[in-house]
Design a protein around this ligand. Structure first.
Ligand SMILES: [Zn+2]
Length: 106
């Protein structure tokens, strides 16, 4: 069931997925931060970096769409390429995504 959130304009409880604007005051509801971190798990069980990368990209898009305050990526060792590669590639990807979405990498 969808959680109601207070409208950023008038505090009326609204469902951001039903209606991207508040029915009472027409404030935009989508795009405001109203959820915690979205967590994803990548590069476990021999997953390749390519698979991990598409998961990360999808999670960030979902996080923006649904108003999560951020996306937390939990990564494993990945396939034979090892942890160092996954980590370095992920940081590079996140940096470019962060600047593209005016986000912040922490
Ligand atoms: Zn409102």
């Amino acid at each position: 069931m969808e959680r109601l959130i207070p409208c950023p304009g008038c505090s009326m409880p609204v469902s951001p997925t039903d209606d991207p604007t508040c029915p009472k005051c027409s404030s935009p509801v989508l795009g405001h931060v109203f959820r915690g971190l979205l967590e994803i798990d990548v590069a476990h069980s021999g997953e390749s970096w390519e698979t991990a990368r598409s998961k990360i990209t999808a999670a960030i898009n979902q996080g923006i769409l649904h108003g999560h305050k951020g996306v937390k990526i939990i990564h494993g060792y990945g396939a034979s390429s090892g942890r160092a590669r996954i980590r370095n590639e992920a940081i590079l990807l996140l940096r470019s995504l962060a600047s593209a979405t005016s986000g912040r990498l922490s």
